[in-house]
Design a protein around this ligand. Structure first.
Ligand code: ADP
Length: 191
């Protein structure tokens, strides 16, 4: 199974991605998590990414694409994968299409979690108190929402046209949202 997860910052992609990946026995690959662990480890990749992340901007496509390509080439991703937070730009969509085509497979589903922007700001500010992410200040949260709306939201139409879009309401209890996603993916079979 090859799945991507999209949705505005704070929509709960990470939590839901873990659950869905576990159900299908595939790795959940979060570009945000990979960047953050590289920032903490002080790697070259981390150094390249940090200034963008701290400002709420996207890391340049060349950097992100290379990183995802390497990760997808790992043996655990051969049977399939769930990408959480990638692709987010048109150039990334094209890159991912190429990577999947190369393996002779297809993208099976693009899950989009929808949510209300103001509720998301509240959730993210609450998260800032508990886990203190550097980019969870109100100003940077609003910039991340803007960047998502400008660069990533338009990609949803493309996946809708391809017939792989699975739109799920991300508001409500975590378990409720998981149940909605599982139900929506029921009809999706692996290509
Ligand atoms: P959120 O979706 O809540 O903003 P993530 O943890 O998914 O948070 O991503 C954090 C940051 O990592 C983003 O603001 C961006 O700087 C960087 N990032 C993650 N994924 C991508 C991507 N696909 N392309 C470019 N930058 C990315």
């Amino acid at each position: 199974m090859r799945i991507i997860f999209m949705g505005p910052p704070g929509a709960g992609k990470g939590t839901q991605a873990q659950r869905v990946a576990a159900r299908y026995g595939i790795p959940a690959i979060s570009t945000g998590d990979i960047f953050r662990s590289n920032v903490s480890a002080g790697t070259e990749l981390g150094v390249k990414a940090q200034q963008y992340m701290d400002a709420g901007e996207y890391v340049p496509d060349e950097v992100t694409n290379l990183m995802v390509r390497d990760r997808i080439d790992e043996p655990d991703a051969a049977p399939g994968f769930l990408l959480d937070g990638y692709p987010r730009t048109l150039a990334q969509v094209e890159e991912l299409d190429g990577m999947i085509r190369h393996t002779g497979h297809k993208l099976d589903a693009a899950v989009v979690l929808t949510a209300d922007d103001e509720e998301l700001v509240r959730r993210l500010l609450a998260r800032a108190e508990s886990d203190g992410r550097a980019d969870d200040t109100e100003e940077i949260i609003r910039r991340r929402q803007e960047v998502y709306n400008e660069q990533t939201a338009p990609l949803i139409d493309d996946y809708r046209e391809r017939g792989v879009l699975v739109e799920v309401d991300g508001m409500g209890e975590i378990d409720e949202v998981t149940a909605r996603i599982f139900a929506a993916l029921e009809g999706v079979s692996e290509s």
